[in-house]
Design a protein around this ligand. Sequence first.
Ligand code: PLP
Length: 364
Amino acid sequence: MPVVPRRDLESLPKYIPGRTVRGAIKLASNEISDGPLPSVVETISRLTPTVNRYPDGDSQVLRERLVRDLDVDVAQIAIGCGSVALLQQLVQALCSPGDEVLFAWRSFESYPIVTQVAHAVSVTVPLSEGHGLDLDAMLAGITPRTKMIFICNPNNPTGTAVYRDELARFIDAVPENVLVVLDEAYKEFVTDANVPDGVQFVRARSNVAVLRTFSKAYGLAGLRIGYAIASEVVCEALRQVCITFSVNAIAQVAAIASLDAGDEMFERCRSITVERDRVRDSLIAMGYEVPPSQANFVWLPLAQRATVFTDYMLDRKLIVRPFVGEGIRVTVGAAEENDLFLAAAREFLGVARPLSVKSCASIE
Ligand SMILES: *Cc1c(COP(=O)(O)O)cnc(C)c1O
């Protein structure tokens, strides 16, 4: 008998990474164009001679550094290899086979994957007309088997955010035994004061967890490090299912150095959010529909035109992220990169305008 993997893996959705093409401008993976902060590069480059040693398995120093900014107990922090690892650990640690994980769709691509890998069941709720999370519909989607709810705020890939009041009402209505996971991967790009800092809900309740990452605003995507803020019980469970020593030593030090350079990071985010609003305003002026974004990307709900648009951009050496039949997500880059994208988006309209959505669909 040959070795046979789990049968259900045949139906596991694939994570489609943003493409990398030599010489092209990559606006497909929500990375920071500028790289890590210079002080962080400097600090971690000194560490390479020490990699013969195992890292601190508890990331104790990083956790203590995080506590200084977060006003929670050190036992309420868990570190993981990026917040995607923490998502999977959460499902592994909390769900029994067949338990339900509820999330909006379209949302972050990893949600259905980590759910199925851990033998839980995805239950999805469509986004609202305005491409945002429909919290009332999500409440209605809760069943006795629901164990966890992922709330991506702001939502990847649409950029929309839910506000403090509606989120508070939602959390109040969720049963106590269901964990609400607030995925705040893009928190540093939020400029609307009505969008809450999820940690306020963790302080008040034991069934809320917040996930943050150093991959986006801090520019450490390649090092793989993120953290969870949750109750002690949830954090202990996260540590139990974490692969021993998986969070590497350089990533831990880079994270601390990044937090120490917080002012510099926020300044950089500020210029990205100014660009974001400029890109969105320009696209709207051209006639595109673009939902308001609180992240470092914008969403164009192009439906059947998503593929043609993506190919058109690629011909011009611009890589955007398509979601076939739904839309495209464009990461906000440096001003010159955004200018090139905007020029191409304007040209595309000249080509595509005579075509109705329907005739474009037949092109695909
Ligand atoms: C990028 C992203 C993450 C973070 O991924 P890492 O594993 O930390 O690199 C988490 N959630 C969402 C919604 C994201 O877009």
